[in-house]
Ligand binder design. Structure first.
Ligand SMILES: [Zn+2]
Length: 374
């Protein structure tokens, strides 16, 4: 009380109340207009320059830069608009830090949403519409990323075939070259997938079905498919099923099995479906059906055969999971078998920096510059 130079009647009354031991508790939150959560509390990595920039822009609270429901960071143009477009110059570093470290994915959803946002009534921004990809349950997310990971491994020829498992868990798998689980003729590696003679019947079925589906799809979606469509599909090297026993490594179907999109296929779409949007959607439809049959008939079937074989050797998921932990306690693993005497198959470089090249060979003048759809 003594510190106030000119006490008013109210401050005097408050002083008396305090003097007699009364205190006043508010039944509502006391907020400073403008926000609840200071940016300095929310962001741990603000530099002096950031603080100066915030000061210059008169931004103190997170509430000033997030959506009114507290779930999203506002886009920079929205932040500017909220503040009467007073800011000039580039997007400040502190805002970039927010987008780099404090939000999920690219629709600016905050990692730590705020549930007590103080919102200026003139602000009309709503949360951006939710992109379905981030709202799927976590278990689904893991599934999708696993699928995508597997796809990338397949087309880079680094899928977990037995040769790689053997390198990762030398004590679980027998030494030396382990033959293909299906034909026993070749080393069980990723290059062999599709070239295995046990796959050729499935491949012929898949390609025959795909040729039929493609023809149907084009006929139903274009008026002028013409008489040559049947001919085009028949003569495409991709749908050639006249090989005997084993799929040649130069057959475009080999790339397809390894999840690569080929020009043989995209060219047909180009030539028959002129509308870009329609072409793209039809291509996706056709391609995903085709790839799922390849996955079921070749990759999944193979994976379950390998699982069966592993269980006969009592190689379990748990043994792999705890492999490193257990090996630490044991003596160093046995020396790797000498590659030069092992077999004639080329030594594969497992360095993750190594860019795997496709073991695909095609005769004649062929440049696969168009092996993608635009
Ligand atoms: Zn085989």
């Amino acid at each position: 009380m003594d510190h106030i130079a000119k006490p008013t009647y109210l401050t005097k009354a408050l002083g008396l109340i305090n003097h007699y031991g009364f205190s006043i508790n508010f039944t509502f939150d006391i907020n400073i207009l403008g926000g609840n959560t200071p940016i300095r509390d929310y962001m741990s990595d603000l530099s002096t320059a950031d603080i100066q920039s915030l000061k210059a822009k008169n931004i103190i609270y997170m509430d000033q830069v997030i959506s009114s429901d507290g779930n999203y960071l506002l886009s920079w143009p929205d932040v500017k608009r909220n503040n009467n477009n007073n800011y000039s110059g580039p997007i400040p570093t502190w805002y970039k830090k927010l987008t780099d470290n404090y939000v999920l994915s690219n629709n600016l959803r905050l990692i730590h949403p705020l549930n007590d946002v103080v919102c200026d009534i003139s602000r009309t921004h709503k949360s951006p519409s939710i992109i379905p990809a981030i709202t799927i349950p976590k278990s689904q997310c893991i599934k999708v990323s696993k699928q995508q990971g597997n796809r990338i491994k397949k087309c880079n020829f680094i899928y977990l075939t037995i040769d790689i498992q053997q390198r990762n868990y030398p004590r679980l798998y027998s030494l030396g070259s382990i033959p293909c689980i299906e034909c026993a003729y070749a080393r069980d590696d990723n290059v062999h997938v599709g070239l295995c003679k046990e796959h050729s019947n499935q491949i012929i079925n898949i390609l025959t079905q795909a040729a039929h589906d493609l023809q149907e799809l084009i006929i139903t979606n274009t008026k002028d498919a013409g008489f040559d469509l049947d001919d085009t599909i028949r003569s495409s090297p991709l749908f050639n099923t006249t090989f005997d026993d084993i799929l040649p490594q130069s057959h475009p179907g080999y790339l397809l099995i390894h999840h690569l999109v080929l020009s043989d296929l995209t060219l047909i779409f180009y030539n028959y479906i002129k509308d870009k949007k329609l072409r793209f959607s039809l291509f996706l439809k056709f391609f995903s059906t085709l790839m799922s049959s390849i996955d079921t008939l070749i990759w999944s079937r193979r994976a379950s055969l390998i699982k069966q074989w592993e269980s006969t050797l009592s190689i379990t998921k748990n043994k792999k999971r705890f492999y490193r932990q257990r090996q630490k306690k044991r003596a160093p693993p046995p020396p790797a078998p000498d590659v030069s005497t092992q077999n004639s198959s080329p030594c594969r470089n497992y360095n993750h920096r190594h860019v795997a090249t496709t073991p695909y060979y095609r005769d004649g003048i062929f440049h696969d510059h168009h092996a993608h759809i635009r």
